[in-house]
Design a protein around this ligand. Structure first.
Ligand code: SF4
Length: 328
C-alpha cells in the first residue's frame, strides 16, 4: 500500500469497551508507513447531544485514554480533539456553500434518525444534525485524507465526502482534494454479554478499563447454551456467548472447550472462570497503561497539545489552498 493520509474519529459518548477494541487495533495497525490523524469528534456529539453537555469533558478525556491504551502511538499519530482545530469549521462553512441541500437530505440515516429521536421525545431537526455528513467530510478533507477506516455504517458518509471532493475540484478547477477511500476492516464484531450488540446503554459491555472483579462479574452473567442445565448435558457452543469469547481471546484452548462442551465434560461455571482468567490476563496491560496515563494529566495534556499542533499545521495548509482556489 502506498503511503496514505489516514483520518478517523469517534464521538465521545462514554468509555469505550471491548467491542470497540478491534476498531482501535485496526487504527493502530494502520500507523505503519502512513500519516495518521486520530481525533475525538466532540462537535459531532453536539449534533444529537446538544442539550446536555455536562459529561463532555470527562468523555473526551476517557476517549483519549482509551485510544492511547489501545495502542495509538502519539509519537507517530496526531491524537487530537476536533473542536481544537477551527480549520474544520472554516472548511465546513465553505463547503456548505457548494453542497446541495438534496445531498444532505438523501443520506439514508438522516430521516430515520430524526424519527427515532422524535420517538424518544427529542427534536433533532436542526441545522447541525442535517450537516452531520458535511462536518464529517470537512474532518477528512481538511487533512486531504486519502483513506478512512470506518465501520460499514459510515459508507454513505464516505460516498458523500467523495462526491463533495469531486464537486469542489470541478467547480474551482483544482485538484486540492483527493477522493478518500473507506477502509472497512474485515473484523468480526464481539457481541455483548447477552449476545446482543455490545453497548454501554444495554449494560452488556466490558469497559476497556475493567478490573478483574468487573470482568469476572460480567463474564458470570454471560448467556450460555440454554439447553444445558446440568454439567453433563451435551452442549452447543455455537449458540453460547462464552464460547464466542473463547474464540476471540482464547484461540488455543477454544477447540478443546468446544469438544468438552459438546460431550458434556465441562460445566458452564468452570468454562466462565477460564474465560474470566484469560480476559483478565489479556486486558491487564491495557488497563495498566490507561491507569498510568490517568495519573498523569499533564502528560495527557502534552500529548493532546502536540496532536493539536500537528493537526493544525496540516489543516491550515489545506485551508490556504482552498482560499486560493476560491479567490478568498
Ligand atoms: Fe458455553 Fe462453556 Fe457452557 Fe459450553 S460449557 S455452554 S461453551 S459456557
Amino acid at each position: 500500500m502506498a503511503k496514505e493520509v489516514i483520518l478517523s474519529g469517534m464521538r465521545p459518548t462514554g468509555k469505550l469497551h471491548l467491542g470497540h477494541l478491534s476498531v482501535l487495533e485496526n487504527w493502530a495497525r494502520l500507523q505503519e508507513g502512513n500519516e495518521n490523524y486520530y481525533m475525538v469528534a466532540d462537535w459531532h456529539t453536539l449534533t444529537t447531544g446538544f442539550n446536555d453537555t455536562s459529561a463532555l469533558q470527562e468523555n473526551i478525556r476517557d476517549m483519549i485514554l482509551d485510544y492511547l491504551a489501545a495502542g495509538i502511538d502519539p509519537e507517530h499519530s496526531a491524537v487530537f480533539i476536533q473542536s481544537h482545530i477551527k480549520e474544520h469549521a472554516e472548511l465546513c462553512l465553505l463547503l456548505s456553500m457548494v453542497t446541495p441541500l438534496s445531498w444532505l437530505e438523501r443520506v439514508p440515516t438522516y430521516k430515520d434518525q430524526i424519527i427515532q429521536f422524535g420517538k424518544e421525545g427529542k427534536d433533532i431537526s436542526t441545522h447541525g444534525f442535517l450537516g452531520y455528513p458535511l462536518l464529517m467530510a470537512a474532518d477528512i478533507m481538511v487533512y486531504r485524507g486519502t483513506a478512512v477506516p470506518v465501520g460499514e455504517d459510515q459508507s454513505a458518509h464516505l460516498e458523500f465526502t467523495r462526491e463533495l471532493c469531486r464537486r469542489f475540484n470541478y467547480l474551482y478547477e483544482t485538484a486540492v482534494f483527493p477522493e478518500p477511500k473507506a477502509l472497512f476492516a474485515k473484523i468480526k464484531l464481539l457481541p455483548g454479554t447477552d449476545n446482543r450488540k455490545m453497548s454501554k446503554s444495554y449494560g452488556n459491555d466490558i469497559p476497556l478499563d475493567a478490573d478483574d472483579k468487573l470482568i469476572a462479574e460480567r463474564v458470570s452473567t454471560m448467556v450460555t447454551d440454554p439447553a444445558r442445565i446440568r454439567k453433563d448435558d451435551l452442549g452447543h457452543p455455537d449458540v453460547c456467548t462464552v464460547y464466542t469469547y473463547h474464540t476471540f481471546y482464547n484461540k488455543e484452548e477454544a477447540p478443546d472447550i468446544e469438544c468438552r462442551c459438546k460431550e458434556g465434560k465441562i460445566g458452564c461455571v468452570a468454562c466462565k472462570k477460564q474465560l474470566a482468567k484469560v480476559l483478565s490476563r489479556f486486558m491487564a496491560p491495557m488497563r495498566e497503561r490507561r491507569n498510568k496515563l490517568a495519573e498523569n494529566p499533564s502528560l495527557v495534556r502534552e500529548i493532546i497539545d502536540d496532536g493539536d499542533d500537528r493537526a493544525r499545521k496540516t489543516a491550515s495548509k489545506t485551508i490556504a489552498m482552498v482560499r486560493d482556489a476560491m479567490n478568498l
